[in-house]
Design a protein around this ligand. Structure first.
Ligand code: NDP
Length: 532
């Protein structure tokens, strides 16, 4: 069997080569052959879906969706809960696959991936009927008419997902899409296709319509084919550069899309913060999932008065972290999922050190089988360094001193990204005042990372972090077409005075009406104001 020799080049391998195929595949078929980042051992090969197969999958999904959409929402919810139960029953198996494929610690696989999805499934299944109930709109002017909106499933939703949370991110889109009456086709990252296929296997075991949820493993070309295959909406999660290409492709097809892109989450440690909690939050937020989260703590701004004790405590806590192969033991920090990120980390550290940063913890790769990079803390950082401005997506926390809340806010906002941010202060009032000035989709006070797990809250970015939202009640509505219906509340004459024929008389009447209604504090407005 041909195998790639280093995980670092996995992305290239799948998209550029046609390595010898598994026995059942044709010799021309491209195959993804990844190595486990935990120990460098080969993982099961996966066939790349061809564009024709993607189109066929979307067609099958469309047919399955028609019957699914006719089903009462309560019944859909009941079936989705069956799928949730099957995921929970198979949690250990899912954790095993996740740990082999990503090298993340078992606790993180269980909590950040499986639990988050099971909880999201429960919330949306129990609330979908309420969220998607028709809503009436009272008309302030055309009072003889009435309006309401109702929500109709869109059809087939495409999901293109990254490798860092390869279960929670796509499944967090799949479940609401199904509840809303849609079919879903997922293109997982070529770096992590196995967990999506495992989720599909579990889905199939629940008796839900097979074609309603499909997985099309592959590379960028597979994603491109999905966009062009007749889907009604795309939910994309990935990097900014890819996101721009994907958004253009969606634009060319007029496919509406949600863009969940990169993050550069600042953490503001204000002068009155709880130093111990803040230090622990920095270490957890910076190094869980080896820093490979769009909401990881990517830069710290620490007030001068608490900077030194904070750095000291962060350093001590980092030295206590256990790093290693999560498939063999319970470790705090696992491996780097996509090996190329280690080169990115090395370049960012070198640039920062050249510009005056001090490495107070870590700083290098760990030389062992698999992909491991030491949890790294840099101090004396400033915005002249790439590490403070570019997305790291790895286990590095750079720290910069600040002199005031205002300086912290200005530095937090000095970024092309705006996904998540964190503020630490013992004063809720002060923290909220600062939080509201930060340009980010979500700001969390005195905690880190957890907002992605609060599925009833909207999640998404500002600036180049993207647009649209996942999670939150509106995200379920946005999986549907919002359709407006307007009808008469009182009988109208057959000859409607607003219709043809036009005349000088009707014009004069309307002209007077305009004056009465809107001129200055018009008569009608004065009367309306007097009504208690
Ligand atoms: P990429 O942008 O490289 O890839 C994302 C997905 O897009 C993958 O499935 C990829 O396939 C696919 N893709 C690549 N090219 C195309 C194309 N031309 N058309 C359609 N699809 C394409 O991101 P990563 O996988 O490297 O993930 C890391 C990024 O994701 C980080 O920037 C991170 O911040 C961001 N992210 C954002 C989150 C958010 O919610 N805002 C959450 C998590 C991560 P393939 O992998 O096979 O190339």
């Amino acid at each position: 069997m041909a195998t790639v020799t280093a995980l670092d080049s996995r992305k290239k391998k799948a998209s550029e080569t046609s390595v010898s195929a598994p026995a059942e595949a044709s010799p021309e078929r491209k195959t993804i052959r990844n190595l486990s980042p935990a120990d460098g051992e080969p993982l099961a090969p996966v066939n790349v879906t061809t564009p024709d197969e993607v189109r066929a999958a979307v067609q099958r999904a469309k047919r399955a969706q028609a019957a699914w959409a006719r089903m009462p929402i309560e019944e859909r919810a009941e079936r989705v809960l069956r799928f949730r139960d099957a995921l929970v029953e198979n949690a250990d198996r899912l954790v095993d696959v996740l740990v082999r494929e990503t090298g993340k610690p078992r606790n993180e696989a269980l909590l950040h991936e499986i639990l988050v999805v099971a909880d999201l499934a429960s919330y949306f299944a129990h609330n979908a009927a309420r969220i998607l109930a028709p809503q009436s709109i009272s008309l302030h002017f055309l009072v003889h008419r009435a309006s309401y909106v109702h929500y109709a499933p869109k059809g087939v939703i495409g999901v293109i997902s990254p490798w860092n949370f390869p279960f929670a991110i796509p499944m967090g889109d799949v479940i609401p899409a199904l509840l809303a009456g849609n079919a879903v086709v997922v293109k997982p990252s070529e770096v992590t296709p196995l967990i999506a296929l495992e989720a599909k296997r579990i889905y199939d075991s629940t008796g839900l319509p097979e074609d309603l949820f499909q997985v099309v493993p592959g590379d960028g070309a597979t994603g491109q084919a999905l966009i062009e295959s007749g889907i009604q909406k795309l939910i994309f999660t990935g990097g900014v550069a890819t996101g721009k290409r994907v958004a253009s492709a969606c634009g060319a097809q007029l496919v509406p899309c949600v863009m969940e892109l990169g993050g550069k989450a600042p953490l503001l440690a204000l002068s009155d913060c709880d130093v111990e909690r803040t230090a622990r939050a920095i270490v957890y937020g910076g190094f869980c999932n080896s820093g490979q989260a769009c909401i990881s703590v990517e830069r710290v701004y620490a007030h001068r008065s608490i900077h030194d004790p904070l750095v000291r405590r962060v350093k001590e806590l980092v030295n206590e972290l256990k790093q290693g192969d999560a498939s063999k033991s319970f470790v705090d920090v696992g491996s780097i999922i996509f090996g190329k990120q280690m080169e990115v980390a090395e370049q960012l550290i070198a640039d920062a050190v050249a510009k005056g940063a001090e490495v107070v913890a870590g700083g290098e790769r760990v030389h062992r089988a698999g992909n491991y990079f030491q949890p790294t803390v840099l101090t004396e950082c400033h915005h002249g360094m790439a590490v403070m401005r570019e997305e790291i997506f790895g286990p590095i926390v750079p720290i910069q001193r600040i002199d005031s809340d205002e300086e912290g806010i200005a530095l937090a906002n000095d970024s092309h990204l705006g996904l998540n941010a964190y503020v630490f202060s013992k004063s809720r009032e002060r923290a909220l005042r600062v939080a509201e000035k930060i340009e980010a989709g979500s700001v969390v006070v005195n905690d880190v990372m957890l907002n992605y797990g609060a599925c009833e809250t909207p999640f998404g970015g500002l600036k180049e972090s993207g647009f649209g939202r996942v999670h939150g009640d509106d995200s379920l509505r946005e999986m549907c077409d919002k359709r407006h219906v307007n009808y008469g509340r009182i009988p109208m004459p057959s000859r409607d005075p607003l219709w043809f024929p036009y005349s000088q008389t009707s014009y004069s009447i309307f002209s007077k009406g305009l004056e009465v209604l809107f001129h200055g504090a018009g008569l009608v407005q004065r009367i309306v104001k007097k009504i208690p």
